[in-house]
Design a protein around this ligand. Structure first.
Ligand code: DUC
Ligand code: ZN
Ligand code: ZN
Length: 444
């Protein structure tokens, strides 16, 4: 029988034989990870094994911090056929994401957000396979909520809000946006913004409809880049005026991204996020198949998929050059063949893109898609360090999880992903194989 003393002292797990990759560096082969009580307690060579220690052999693998997906929609009322916390978090884990930040969504009719937060906690409790937290979608930021309730939420660990500049049931005008930004400046919470000009979209939608252009493809026509461009410039201006940091979510257009870049070069704290769909998919997907034109509905998301491969290239540049702080999924699926899902946009044989629930899945595929392009070979689009920053460490820092998530270092949660790359990185691993050993860099 194992003595109590030994069990208390020893590692529960030792991960060996892998190459540890963090946002700062790639450690030499031979560094092991000692884990105790779900936390990383030590990095070092030849870590001591105890009788109860489980050895995790990561031979040939690359170990990165568990992914943090800071933009997922689970169990929201406006997506009744989407994922709940059980199905969504299961997909997250399958794709290397160990923490998700979902949304608790206030209705415009609610003048307190406390019941909404309680409700969303109930939706998630005991149902999630991964760690989770919430941002608050503020659609009715009353003075009482901003002065009395937000401080309570921050105490509870809800330190970020999402604001919409479009979508009738959620959108805020400039006056409300300014008030929330002023409050963010005072209380220090993080403000995420969905930046598209609502009136531009409504005008085009009405005209398309009047001309019978209502198939899924016209969703992209109705939300042109200029709508994202204008709203992005406007919210950056409001943030500058109020000296408040913001993060613009799911960016899809180069012209809008340029405003972010320009603001950053002026040292303004403007952050931005993009998502896999804006790196990999084009609007032609919205045309669907020959057999089922409506199947383009599967790719209806907002901002929409853009038209030109150059648009994808521009987002890749933002990924590589540091314009984007986070790479999130905006996971918001709806069942395709369901009257309450994507088929809401198909009634009596008539397609109406306006009624199609917005959103695509991505919580499972987000990290593998980006990992596939990370490395140091000539065809790589980003370094492994940048990959870890975008998918894990930077979202953790931005949303108050620094010191807990997003790194492989003593004291952090032992959320690890082991990758087995079967292409050029295999050669990199082999090249690092001559490592000779280093002392322990953490403490047990
Ligand atoms: N756009 C959003 O703003 N939210 C969910 C899904 C989408 O496509
Ligand atoms: Zn959005
Ligand atoms: Zn979203």
């Amino acid at each position: 029988m194992m003595g109590d003393r030994e069990e208390n002292m020893g590692f529960d797990d030792v991960v060996t034989n892998g190459i540890v990759v963090t946002a700062a560096e790639t450690l030499p082969l031979g560094i092991e990870i000692g884990i105790k009580d779900g936390k990383i307690s030590c990095l070092g060579t030849s870590l001591p094994r105890f009788s109860h220690t489980q050895i995790i052999d990561a031979k040939g693998g690359m170990i990165t911090p568990g992914g943090v997906d800071s933009h997922v929609h689970f169990a929201q009322d406006n997506s009744p056929t989407g994922d709940n916390f059980t199905t969504g978090s299961r997909s997250a884990i399958a794709g290397g994401t160990t923490t998700v930040l979902a949304f608790a969504s206030q209705l415009k009719t609610e003048d307190s957000v406390l019941p909404c937060i309680k409700d969303y906690h109930t939706r998630a409790a005991d149902r999630s396979y991964c760690d989770y937290g919430f941002h608050l979608i503020l659609s009715n930021p009353t003075p009482n909520i901003m002065t009395s309730e937000m401080p309570l939420l921050i105490e509870q660990g809800i330190t970020s809000v999402k604001l919409y500049m479009t979508y009738e049931p959620l959108k805020l005008g400039d006056s409300d946006l300014l008030n929330v930004l002023m409050s963010a400046r005072e209380l220090g919470f993080t403000t995420m913004v969905h930046a598209e000009n609502s009136d531009i979209i409504s005008l085009i939608t009405d005209r398309l409809e009047a001309n019978g252009h209502t198939a899924p493809y016209f969703h992209a026509t109705s939300r042109p880049q200029i709508a994202e461009n204008e709203a992005t410039y406007r919210i950056i201006s409001l943030a500058e005026l109020t000296s408040t940091p913001i993060l613009i979510v799911h960016m899809s257009s180069e012209i809008a991204m340029k405003h972010v870049r320009k603001a950053q070069t002026r040292m303004l704290p403007i952050h931005a996020e993009t998502c896999p769909q804006y790196l990999f998919l084009l609007s032609e997907r919205l045309k669907g198949s020959e057999k089922d034109q409506f199947s383009g509905a599967k790719c209806v998301c907002s901002p929409p998929l853009r038209h030109d491969p150059k648009d994808l290239e521009a987002m890749w540049r933002g990924i590589a050059n540091g314009t984007f702080t986070t790479f999130s999924s905006d996971h918001a699926p709806s069942t395709y063949d369901h009257p309450g899902g994507k088929k809401l946009g198909l009634k009596d044989g008539i397609m109406r893109y306006k009624n199609i629930p917005n959103g695509v899945p991505g919580v499972e595929t987000r990290i593998p898609l980006l990992f596939n392009h990370a490395g140091s070979s000539p065809s790589s689009r980003l370094t492994l360090q940048r990959f870890v920053q975008l998918t894990s460490s930077d979202p953790a820092k931005l949303y108050g999880l620094e010191g807990v998530k997003g790194n492989i270092a003593p004291g952090y949660d032992a959320d690890l992903v082991i990758w087995y790359p079967d292409r050029d990185e295999g050669e990199e691993l082999a090249a690092l194989d001559g490592f000779e050993g280093k002392d322990c860099v953490g403490s047990g």
